[in-house]
Design a protein around this ligand. Sequence first.
Ligand code: IVH
Length: 675
Amino acid sequence: MTDMGEAKAIIESLRVEVNRHNHLYHVLDSPEISDADYDGLIKQLRRLEEEHPQLITPDSPTQRVGAAPVEALGIVEHKLPLLSLGNAFSGGELTAWYNRIIKLADGQEPDFVCEHKIDGLAVSLTYIDGKLTIGATRGDGFRGENITRNLRTIRSVPLSVPKTAPSRFEVRGEVFLPIDGFKKLNRERADEGLPLFANPRNAAAGSVRQLDQRITAGRPLDIYIYMLGYAEDKAIPSSHWETLEYLKSLGFKVNPNNRLFGNIKQVEKYYDDWLEEREGLPYEADGIVVKVNEMKLQEKLRDIGHEPRWAIAYKFPAVQGNTVLKEIKISVGRTGTMNPYAVLEPVSVGGVTIKHAALHNEDDIRRKDIREGDTVIIQRAGDVIPQVVGPVLSKRPKDAKEFSLYKKLDGKCPECRFDIFKPEGEVMYYCPNAACPAQRQQRIEHFASRGAMDIRGIGEKMSAILSREGLAGDFADLYSLKREELLNLDRMEEKSVDNLLDAIDRSKKRPLARFIYALGIRHVGEETAELLAKHFNSIDGLAEALKGELISIGTIGSKIADSIIAFFQNEENKRIIEKLETAEVLTKIEGAKTGELPLEGKEFVVTGRLDSISRQEAEARIKALGGSAKSDVTRKTDYLVVGAEPGSKLARARSMGIMQISESELLRIIKESGD
Ligand code: IVH
């Protein structure tokens, strides 16, 4: 027990702190601490107040539900207060809640309804004579903001209900932004240079509490209704589960993941199952809500303070946490990118110790204003790499300086000391040195990776060993590794060496698309590699491609085309490809006709619009048959394909006596050539 004077001082400072965070969260939609830390503060304050009840004042944040509403939207007085929920942070706390209920239920095991606790914004919808009349936020529980116009823009909010509905009633639910929508919104905001939302809940709140409802309308918000507030002149169902069914029948959207259970064991299982599965949900859930099903028992359990005793939020362990960002370090990527990442004071987030987090790029660091020495909010989401959400400004050290990647590195690649550079219009800095050891090693790793040549046994570690020991300067060297060399390596037994050599050998027959992807050409991902393989059928064809031809293929743009051309012009790369060919790695599509193709050596030029086939496709077919497609008529042109509204090429071809064929003749040639 803390002594009285001391307790008073701590309570007062805690209240100031909590009130400030309430304001940041509810009014400004920009929290500085994670939910878990906020819950921690409240818990601490509650405990002290419980120990010293004489110190409880009506204005203590423990006595309120939220923060004051924003006046500008207009105020709505709630007919019945919107309560908040008590929390259970552990199985033990759930059991304690359950035991209290059992006592009041005369020892009888009640039925429970389990629902997801969606992390969004609580709203109240009032329907009068079948029409949505008032939509409001929870506000402080008694008075909320009038957001009727905004809520009307959400498609899953019914604007009217069947005549059979009570003449006046209120439902409550959670408005939320699905994770996909949240990511998309933040991507758009990043593109526009706007500050990003920290999480889907802030984004939902920020979207709904807008004076201009057109902004709300542009955001993919959704709602799940989770209870009936009150209803006039109609008997309502006698259990929560039936009420939800009834609300569904009136057209409200009710979460299909809700379940009715007969005992607390099943409730625990529901929690455990969703704890595992929650990252696959389309929305963010921070726990489950357990509700006593029978209304009679609910009434008997009444409310204490602002929390009903008949329901509880059983929280999932936090996936956010705060810690100190010790340093921003830079790793060198495969293509030479300078990738900043955060080195953190280790912190446990949702049961996992986090020491590093992604920081994407310098622009992002600046946009979020993250500085070395800052206390930062860390978030672990569905993706494995934890993110730095943003800094806690109030805890910023006085001497924290804005981050500059260039300054941090003194303008030099941390691995090979070459001068780094930033291409115009890009956000990343690059190391220009293709021989940079970090890049070499990662190119080998990439070459052998799953979607590429898929060589089992060559991952991060093995690539590092092979390049460090000088056994593989580049990935083509993998095909000339010797048994004895490998046996000399630490912990390499005969069997593992044989397996490795076998895996390397088998990789020689991977499809062309994978091979192209494996080369690690900047901006060429798996999809682009697929397009290139289909179009060119061989590495030699791709290596000779001109820019115009490249950008005529599917989604390939100027940036990718330049990168491909630069790759094949590079002397070192040419040597690597020769080595690969000598090692008999497959560099063309097997079965694609090479050598004696029917249109071998024939040059085609297309003019005008083709009707039954796109020009791109026509050119691709010609090439697949060994012909070439050029853009200008020259003496070497064999055929001019004349489409609708031909251009000046037709006159030119005529004057040079070049053979002209129609679209249908072209198609016939293609067909007869056995395409
Ligand atoms: S029931 C008296 N059910 O959690 C019961 N609340 O602090 C009141 N929430 O602000 C709430 N999902 O916005 C309930 N399935 C659910 C919920 C849910 C999310 C939110 C609600 C409220 C907070 C409780």
